[in-house]
Structure formats: structure tokens, C-alpha cells
Design a protein around this ligand. Sequence first.
Ligand SMILES: *[C@@H]1O[C@H](CO)[C@@H](O)[C@H](O)[C@H]1NC(C)=O
Ligand SMILES: *[C@@H]1O[C@H](CO)[C@@H](O)[C@H](O)[C@H]1NC(C)=O
Ligand SMILES: *[C@@H]1O[C@H](CO)[C@@H](O)[C@H](O)[C@H]1NC(C)=O
Ligand SMILES: *[C@@H]1O[C@H](CO)[C@@H](O)[C@H](O)[C@H]1NC(C)=O
Ligand SMILES: *[C@@H]1O[C@H](CO)[C@@H](O)[C@H](O)[C@H]1NC(C)=O
Ligand SMILES: *[C@@H]1O[C@H](CO)[C@@H](O)[C@H](O)[C@H]1NC(C)=O
Ligand SMILES: *[C@@H]1O[C@H](CO)[C@@H](O)[C@H](O)[C@H]1NC(C)=O
Ligand SMILES: *[C@@H]1O[C@H](CO)[C@@H](O)[C@H](O)[C@H]1NC(C)=O
Ligand SMILES: *[C@@H]1O[C@H](CO)[C@@H](O)[C@H](O)[C@H]1NC(C)=O
Ligand SMILES: *[C@@H]1O[C@H](CO)[C@@H](O)[C@H](O)[C@H]1NC(C)=O
Ligand SMILES: *[C@@H]1O[C@H](CO)[C@@H](O)[C@H](O)[C@H]1NC(C)=O
Ligand SMILES: *[C@@H]1O[C@H](CO)[C@@H](O)[C@H](O)[C@H]1NC(C)=O
Length: 830
Amino acid sequence: MKSLLLLLFVWFLFLIFIPRQTQGIKFLVSCGFNSTSYADSRKWASDSIPNDNFTLSDPGIPAFNSTSVEDTDYTGFGSLYRSARLFNTSASYNFTLDPGNYCVRLHFYPFQFGIFNSNDSAFDVSTNDLKLVTKFNISEEISWRAEKTNSNVTSIVKEYYINVDLKGLQIKFVPNPSSFAFINAIEILPSPNNLFNSNITKVGSNGLATITDRAIETMYRLNIGGPKLKSTTDQFLYRNWDSDENFMFSINAATEVHNTSAISYVTQNYSSIAPLLVYETARVMGNTEVVEKRFNVSWRFFVDPNFDYLIRLHFCELTYNKPNQRIFKIFINNKTAAENYDVYVRAGGINKAYFEDYFDILPQQTDTLWLQLGPDSLLSGPGTDALLNGLEIFKLSKNGNLAHVLDWTSLNGKLHSHDNSKTRLLIEQICIGMACLLMLMLLSGGYCLYVKGKKKSKMAEDAPPGWHPLVLHEAMKSTSNARPHNQVVKNFFSTPSINNRMGRKFTLSEIKGATKNFDESTVIGTGGFGKVYRGEIDGGSNIVAVKRADPLCGQGLKEFETEIEMLSKLRHRHLVSLIGYCEEQGEMILVYEFMTNGTLRNHLYGSPPPANVLSYKQRVEVCVGAARGLHYLHTGSEVGIIHRDVKTTNILLDEEFVAKMSDFGLSRAGPTLDQTHVSTAVKGSFGYLDPEYFRRQQLSQKSDVYSFGVVLFEVLCGRPVIDPSLPKDQINLAEWALRWQRQRSIETIVDPRLEGDYSVESLKKFAEIAEKCLMDDGKNRPSMGEVLWQLEYALQLHDAYIRERESFRSTGELPFGDGALSLTRIREDE
Ligand SMILES: *[C@@H]1O[C@H](CO)[C@@H](O)[C@H](O)[C@H]1NC(C)=O
Ligand SMILES: *[C@@H]1O[C@H](CO)[C@@H](O)[C@H](O)[C@H]1NC(C)=O
Ligand SMILES: *[C@@H]1O[C@H](CO)[C@@H](O)[C@H](O)[C@H]1NC(C)=O
Ligand SMILES: *[C@@H]1O[C@H](CO)[C@@H](O)[C@H](O)[C@H]1NC(C)=O
Ligand SMILES: *[C@@H]1O[C@H](CO)[C@@H](O)[C@H](O)[C@H]1NC(C)=O
Ligand SMILES: *[C@@H]1O[C@H](CO)[C@@H](O)[C@H](O)[C@H]1NC(C)=O
Ligand SMILES: *[C@@H]1O[C@H](CO)[C@@H](O)[C@H](O)[C@H]1NC(C)=O
Ligand SMILES: *[C@@H]1O[C@H](CO)[C@@H](O)[C@H](O)[C@H]1NC(C)=O
Ligand SMILES: *[C@@H]1O[C@H](CO)[C@@H](O)[C@H](O)[C@H]1NC(C)=O
Ligand SMILES: *[C@@H]1O[C@H](CO)[C@@H](O)[C@H](O)[C@H]1NC(C)=O
Ligand SMILES: *[C@@H]1O[C@H](CO)[C@@H](O)[C@H](O)[C@H]1NC(C)=O
Ligand SMILES: *[C@@H]1O[C@H](CO)[C@@H](O)[C@H](O)[C@H]1NC(C)=O
């Protein structure tokens, strides 16, 4: 009797406990390996050893290569990636699981096993009723990721969150015709039920999106403002967290903060959402580069078009112990996701970790997802700041599909649809443009030009009449008293007499004192609307540039006013700062920070020839700076501003050769959201003018991109954009350089003074950017932001080259076979 009871009791226990046990079951499978292995501090079962818990429908071909594997992305998986199982027919793993939510990871690593090379493999993977990948080609996948994340990628780990029903989980590999499939490892972990909420806030509307029956693929997982976090730091799901640097639009737009003390979850059931380590670091806007914090902190991600995304933001206030210290807006894909966002208030205190989810639909044709955090009010002041600790981007399945085909061929086709007639077109446009300009000159600028008695030859340079290059200064040694500009600017703005929006108001007598009553000896340049003087103010302790409207040339007054209006709204490290103005006795005078090193052009060529040749690195840095300034103009304010006169004489250099954009006299507010351009009469500088702008008289930010492309070639070649003294086919720099670039022999025309000073890879990249900027069709040109991004990459390539060259010099060892950089993961376009 007793034993019967005991038996019943045991049976009862069995009923209760067995399911519980299997519920927590996890599978770590090392594929194609003949015994148990250890990787990532975990034990991985071999799929060659029979196991009650999963079956394999076809043994396929186990493959093992004892060469040790270096895996920089997922360190710790090296031993798993030495083996794989290959399938030349459809095959599936069937896992016996209890119904529930699971995290499934598939590991793929490129290999050579005897006659099998992963480059010959292409296949589809699906689960019971869900397509995970189609036409998977690991080599393409790796190049895509490397390019889009600007990092080294050695393996591909696909992570999914899948709901499993009574049937269990089947993972099916289907090779594409005359190809094979492979898999290195499979990870299946039970996923906490509260990991995803069923209803998610939609971006840009008040509605909720229900995602209960959608499968999820992880696209990005970032520890913002902190280091990479390895899977072993996550006791629940062994998730990897990457650092966010490579995704930040402009790394200078934010600074890192951290606090490792006493962080806790808002509610304890959040503990599986993300490890506390993620919340210990963050980025905030607090930024010395931007005087007024209007600039958004932006991250950009390449994702698959035509899917829905779940964007998860992790927050934890680390610094302030009261509300209203950081109030910001959250933008996703340029739509407002949240306003008036105060992390302290939402979390109910400091050091409290929580997250916020948003749902957004990415349309066809769009492969980028933007996240931006920006100030909530246009006025700077306490509270104008933003914070982010972690970020996850998940793709949601659509009609049982998560697969996206990387379509390289069509992508390449789109990017490189140069036609041969293009050069002819360009010439035609330039001819038309020349005619337009001549007319313009006669109609408007001519008078002004005449009054000033300018020589006609001046026009042959790069400035159309009426818009002379504003040369703020020729190269000159800095005066001993001159302080770094940032400090100067700060001082000016902290003077009590400032007018918040316009800067400091000067009296006419102050200005006269500063410029020795507008003495000719202090003239440092001539702008379209008058002269520019060097002035000493505050008893000679500060040097400024004083721009005085020429009363004779009333035509410029409109531009002058525009410039005050523009400049007073804009503050950025890479824009020349307006310090103040003077409006007395009919005078209109603007006072700017003084740029010790004058124009970029003066450092490239001209007479007298520049004393010091800018190095390749300096040139790229200057371009990065200018690009940053322009990008700020384009995106830093609600309207977006088009510069309209981007050229090397409008890029000024301070004493540390930091580039700043100047002369917004021609600037104009950009198109609003529902327009893509503004119609306007053609203005700008000859040689830099966007052919599309000529043709259609429609201005867009892409016109600035075109001009900037010309600047890039000018910087690279060190010659004027129009040089009539040269043979006919070389007169126009843009045309000439493009011809060489298309033949991929840009080295031939690089400024000879740069010989031996540059990395070939970096040069290639640089010229490629310039080429893209000069695309005929504005639509095909990159945005200024992308240009900036790519230029930064070119700079990194150069830096890496210099480092390797140095180490070669010190060790005598050539790091790579033929001296080529291994770092260059950029896919070769041709
Ligand atoms: C597993 O494979 C390795 C490499 O092929 C071999 O050296 C080893 O003996 C095998 N072990 C078993 C248990 O078959
Ligand atoms: C199958 O799963 C059960 C339950 O978790 C476990 O006890 C058992 O060891 C597994 N079998 C094998 C061969 O791994
Ligand atoms: C695996 O599962 C699928 C569906 O769940 C089933 O059709 C198939 O027969 C199973 N294969 C094996 C080998 O158990
Ligand atoms: C698949 O591979 C096996 C083992 O190498 C071989 O015997 C079989 O003929 C192959 N099947 C096909 C369709 O290539
Ligand atoms: C696959 O091809 C790419 C480029 O074609 C090459 O870089 C890579 O080394 C190849 N992979 C293997 C495993 O051979
Ligand atoms: C193992 O991999 C290395 C490097 O990928 C390759 O050079 C070698 O040929 C491979 N060995 C075999 C037996 O396939
Ligand atoms: C995979 O991509 C690589 C690199 O683009 C290519 O060389 C290879 O032929 C592709 N493999 C298949 C099977 O399509
Ligand atoms: C890529 O790897 C190389 C060698 O490990 C390293 O020097 C380089 O910094 C890496 N590049 C990036 C962008 O991570
Ligand atoms: C966490 O627990 C609280 C109660 O402590 C509950 O209201 C909330 O719904 C839970 N959240 C999740 C995501 O499970
Ligand atoms: C989600 O929304 C649906 C209706 O849209 C509602 O029926 C359901 O209760 C909501 N679920 C939760 C967990 O709020
Ligand atoms: C970190 O948090 C603790 C506890 O809230 C606080 O006392 C401390 O000041 C913070 N440290 C920093 C550097 O902000
Ligand atoms: C969002 O803004 C960025 C930068 O201004 C632009 O490149 C991108 O195309 C915009 N995205 C959408 C979805 O409108």
C-alpha cells in the first residue's frame, strides 16, 4: 500500500515536473562536430551523437577544418566555427520543444573544407511556417554588413524570436539549385514571456500596433556610449551588444557618460530585458562643438526595406537627481515618436533602468532607419539635452516572411548607371550655364561690378560678378593676444549687453575704433556687398572680421539681411560665428570671428603659391569639417538651409586649420517637407554650379552636394576649378577629374605635392565620394550626411595606413602580404 502510494506520488511528481523541466530546455548544437564542445563558456552538444531531443532528417556532410578560426565579432565561438554540416539536398533539424517563445540563433562562418567552399553555397532557411532567409550567400552577407556597419565582420549570426507550438521547431535548409547549404551552430533558448509587449506605440500616430503573431529578427543591438558587451555578460539570453560608434552620424554631436553605482530596474521583471551593464553607459548631447544645442544626435542603420520594425530604446538617467534637466524629442525616420521626454520623470528617479518601444513601417525603396534625439525647444538652456543608454532594432515578420534578398546586381546597376553621353551633357549644361550667367551678370551683377571698377579677369577665377569671394583673410600669423576662437565666442556671448538672437550690438564708434576708421590697410577681403576689415576690439584683446555693407551697392542689402538672419540662427563649430552687428546711421555691419588662416583656396594654389602645403590628412580633415558644417546647415534647423555658394573661398580655416563655412549671403531656407526643391533664379559660382540647377532652376540641398564634390576634386588636384590657360579638355576641373576618376586612375591627377603622403585606399574612397557628389541627377547624389560619413571613413583609412606604415618602419615587418590594407572591407564596385 505504502509503495503504491509512493509510486503514485512519484508519478504525480513526474507529471508536474517533467513539463517544467523541458520548458526551460535550451539547445546548443555544434553542427558537423563529432563530440561535445565548449564555446562561449557554454557546453555545445554534437549533432553527430544521437539525441532524444532533436532529429536530423538527412545526415548531410559533416565537415571539419582543424585550422584555428579567428572570430573577431563573437570571440569565444572559434571552436564552434571549425566545423559545419553541409547539405546538398533539403534537410531539417526537428527539435522537440514545449510550446512557447524561443530565441533562435543560427551561426554561419565562411570556410573551406576540402572541395567545399562557402562561396559556392546559396540556400534558404525556414522554420515550420516562417521564411528566415532566402538565397543566403555568406560572402555577400558579410560584405554588406561590413560596408553598412563600417566594421570588420567575420561571421554571421542570425537571431530570431519565434513562437513554437505543439509541433515543435523544425529548421529547414534548402540549397538553391546546384549549390549547397550549411550551418555551423544552432542555439535555442527559451525567451522570457515579457520580452516583447503585444501592443506597441506607432511612430507618428497615436495608435498601437499589435505584434502578437509576428516573428522577430534582431537587426541591431547596441550599448550606447559604452564598449561592446559580450554574450557572457547576459545570463538570460547570451546577447551581444555592439558599441554604437559606427552608427553615429556625427560622433562629436554627443558625449559619453557613465555611472556604475547602484543602478536598478524600474520593476524587477525587467531584469531579462537587458543586463544592467547596458544602462551604466550612455550618450548625452552636452556638446562643446555646438554652442547652441539645436543639433540632433543621430544614428543611422541600414535595414531591409518594406518591413515593419520595432525600435527599443533603453534609458536610465545617470547624472541628474531632479526632473527638467534633460528634455528632448525622439525622432524615428524623421517622424516624432515622443516629445517632452524626460527620462528622470518616466523612470521616477535617477539610476532607474527601463525601456520604451516604438513601431514603424519602412516603405519600399527605403533601406535606412534613422533615430534622432533632439532638443525639445529651439531655445537653448537648462533642460536642452538628450540621453540614450541602449538601442535594439527588430524586424517583424510580414506574411510569414523575414527573408530579404540582398540584391547586389540591381544595387550596383543603380549606383553606376553612368552613360557615355553624360560628359557631353555636362558640357552642354556648362555652355547653357555660361549663357545664363552672362545674362545674369548683365542684368544684375554688372552694375555693381562696374561701380567697383573690378577687372574682368576676376571673373575667370570662380566668382560670378556680384558675388565676389569673401576673402576674410590671407594667411597671417596669429597675434599673441588672439585666443582660440571658441573661447572668444564664449566671451562675447557672455557679455551682459548681448541680444540673445543677434549676438552683441556694437556702436558705430566702437567699430570705427576697431578698424582705424575703416582704414584701407585693414581691408582683408571684398564680399559681394562690401569690404571686410580686420578689427581689434575690447582694447585690442580680441580680433574680429568686420563686414561692412557697401552703401553704393544697394543690391547686396537683401543678401546682407539674409545673412544676419541665417547666421543669428546658426551656431556650429564648423560655421563661421557671428559675434555681433552694428546698425547705426544707415550702416549695416556684421562682426565675425576672425579666421587666422584665411580661405582654403589660398592653401591650395594661387599667387603667391601657398607657403605650406596642406598634407593629405589635413585636406581630408578640412573637407570633413566643411561637410559637417554643411550637413548642419542642411539638417540642423527645421527648415534646412541651402548654402548656394559652396566653394573653396567660402571655406575658412582658423589657427588650428579647423574648417568653417562662411558667407551665407546667398543662403536660402530649404524646401519644406512636402516639396523637394525651391524654385529660384540661378545664383552661385561658376565652375561649382549644379547642372541640374541650371536646367530646372530648382534648388535643393543636392546642389550644395554637387558644389562640394567640385571642392573635393579641387582639394585633391590643387588647381582652380576653371583654368582657361589649360588645354580645352582640362579647363573645367569637374569634367576633367571625373573623366580620370571613371577610368579609376585618379592618382594621375592628384596634386603632385601630395606624392607619397596618402593611402591609396583612402584616396580611392575620397575620389569615389567626389564622383558620387557630381552625379548628374540630384536624386542619385548622396546627402551631405552620407558624404560626411564616407569622408570620415576615408580619413580612418588614411590613419590606419599611417599607423601601419609607422609600425612597419619600427619593426621592419610588412603587416600584410603586398602591403595592401586588410582593413579595407569595402566592396569593390567594379
Ligand atoms: C573527431 O574528429 C576529429 C577530427 O577529425 C578526430 O581527430 C577525432 O578522433 C574524432 N573523435 C571521435 C570521437 O570520433
Ligand atoms: C533531452 O532533454 C532532457 C530534458 O531536458 C534532458 O534531460 C536530456 O538529457 C536531453 N537528452 C539529451 C541526449 O541531450
Ligand atoms: C520534422 O517536422 C516536420 C514538421 O513538423 C515533419 O513534417 C517532418 O516529418 C519532421 N521530420 C523528422 C525527421 O522528424
Ligand atoms: C550529396 O552528397 C552525398 C555525399 O557526398 C552524395 O552521395 C550525393 O550523391 C550528393 N547528392 C547530390 C544530389 O548531389
Ligand atoms: C569568398 O570570396 C571572397 C571574395 O570573392 C573572398 O574574399 C573570400 O576569401 C572567399 N571565401 C572563402 C572561404 O574562400
Ligand atoms: C582549412 O581552412 C584553411 C583556411 O581557411 C584553408 O587554407 C585549408 O585549405 C582548409 N583545409 C582543408 C582541408 O580544407
Ligand atoms: C556568393 O557571393 C560571392 C561574392 O559576391 C560570389 O563570388 C559567389 O559566386 C556567390 N556564390 C553563389 C553560390 O552565388
Ligand atoms: C579590422 O581588423 C583589423 C585587424 O584586426 C583592425 O586593425 C582594424 O582596426 C579593424 N577595423 C575596424 C573598422 O574595426
Ligand atoms: C511587471 O510587473 C508588474 C507588477 O509588478 C506588472 O504590472 C507588469 O505588467 C509586469 N511587466 C511585464 C512586462 O511583465
Ligand atoms: C492589445 O490591443 C488589442 C486591441 O487592439 C486588445 O484587445 C488587447 O487587449 C491589447 N493587449 C494588451 C496586452 O494590452
Ligand atoms: C552616480 O550615482 C550615484 C547614486 O545616485 C550618485 O550619488 C553619483 O553622484 C553618480 N555619479 C556620477 C558621476 O554622476
Ligand atoms: C530622414 O532624414 C535624413 C537626413 O536628413 C534623410 O537622409 C532621410 O532620407 C530621411 N528619411 C526619411 C524616411 O524621410
